[in-house]
Design a protein around this ligand. Sequence first.
Ligand code: DGT
Ligand code: CA
Ligand code: CA
Ligand code: ZN
Length: 574
Amino acid sequence: MVNSRIAEIFEEIADMLELDTVDRKFEVLAYRKAAQTIQDLQEPVEDIYARGGLEALQELPGIGKSTSQHIEEYIKTGRIGKYDELKKRFPIDFNTLTKIPGLGAKKAARLYKELKVKDLGSLKKAIEEHRIMKLEGFGERSEEVILKGIQQYESSSGRMLLGRALPEAERIVKSIKGSGLVHEAVIGGSTRRRKETVGDLDILLTSGKPERVMDFISGMREVESVVLMGPTKTTVRLKIGLNCDVRVVDDESFGAALQYFTGNKEHNVKLREIAIGKGYKLNEYGLFDKKGRNVSKDGEEDIYKKLGMDCMPPEMRENRGEVELAIKHKLPKLIELDEIRGDLHTHTTASDGSYSIMEMADAAKKLGREYIGISDHSKSEYVAHGMDDRRFVKHLAAIDKANDSAEGIRILKGAEIDILKDGSLDLSSKTMDMMDYTLASIHTSLTMPKEEMTRRIVRAFDSGHVSIWAHPTDRLINAREPINFDFDKVFEAAERNGVVMEIDGFPDRLDLSDENIFRARKHKLKFCIDTDSHSIDHLSFMRYGIGVARRGWLEKGDVINTMGCKELLSFLKR
Ligand code: DGT
Ligand code: CA
Ligand code: CA
Ligand code: ZN
């Protein structure tokens, strides 16, 4: 997709500008901001340009005169001159190298200058030959760190964040439906189960004209090439760097095929065994009785019913005990997106967000939210313009003022407060007491040993000033490992102090993860599903948070932001 490519180019321009001998910090920041905006757009940037030209582009946050001209240039010519020029000076594969944990643009550039390392291959060779540890300021330890980073990069690459894969799958399904050639078009596989990363997309269709459908698909603008083309099964390579399997089945096989292409393999195997035990045969074409008749033509629920169980939501189909519960008719009633009434983790221009308090509130209202909590950073997040006590007091007054003039939405006073290295919090109690609630989170010293990290977190909770623990493990999917701490000790401290566990819906975070939600559920803990929005476009990330929560089997009653505002405020006051 053009959006991702332009965002990538802007990021790389920023990487290269950072290497310049003169300080170009502001330009660098401008390109990074522009990259973020383009990446977050909900529609193709070509469409915005087609509608309103350069002016429309410049209305986007962080897009200025020169970045809008670059976008125009890219749309018209497929190139950006400035990028090509810089690339001549730095022929380095930044896109890959900077994704390796432990290796930023600056280090990559030094490795190029001194060792002619320009891509992953030459980097591995330099490590093998121990040439990096001989460089000044690198040493044996950084060679190890880079090596570990490469391993992490290689084991994770190939799986795409759900936050990128799902919108792409939805666009594809929409245009397939628009072709008029299909009866049904649905997303299956891990995307339908809302797994945090996706290996490939699986799309299931029913149609009387399978060959014409396959032709249509190979010509779609999202498609880069055809990997494999058959009359009922096609695999295409998408421009965003993901494969997509498309299968066409007959109408009467639809339910069985959807069942087959949704549950993970272990779930499906278990179901097939149960089918055999009941004298059936289950495969992607149907549920067949002893006489070979397809007895399930009424969708996937019917298959589960005929096998003697309730049909569970796709997010549960991972063979984690759901089949056993379904047989006993004891499935939980999972939380739904429309039960969410507010969002408690959002940033504004007061720290590192792109929009004002009022703009965020208006956007949240449009999504049907009844309240929005503003939670900007505290002072030790200085790169994010975090605020000290003095600035916070003014900022809280600004929230009050915005709240007075806001209609149809309540704006709550919060903060995202750093848990410092020793476990103390980054704001005074007096300032925290002026807020409706606080988020606390860790952003620094992430590699502390387990015991020390556990003490740090427990001490923060025991202060009695933490309402919600934000993005608890601090992992970034495919990019940064989670912090190391004793789950049981920390969850016990949370229980003791009434600290709520956040499920951060930001696609790179999804933190707590589904597995950690399972761990947390062994304790008496409540959860809060947030978006960690830095822009109005991020407010819709709530659905990813809901996906994880459902994969962790959470119900409405487990999640505090399903409460109405009044009830929530009295809950947070305890
Ligand atoms: P992914 O693509 O790695 O993120 O994960 P999935 O779950 O989408 O896996 P994928 O694309 O290999 O397969 C799509 C669906 O097909 C998946 O939901 C399970 C099903 N499936 C794949 N292989 C088998 C198999 O050997 N037996 C059975 N019963 N089902 C399978
Ligand atoms: Ca798949
Ligand atoms: Ca597949
Ligand atoms: Zn944070």
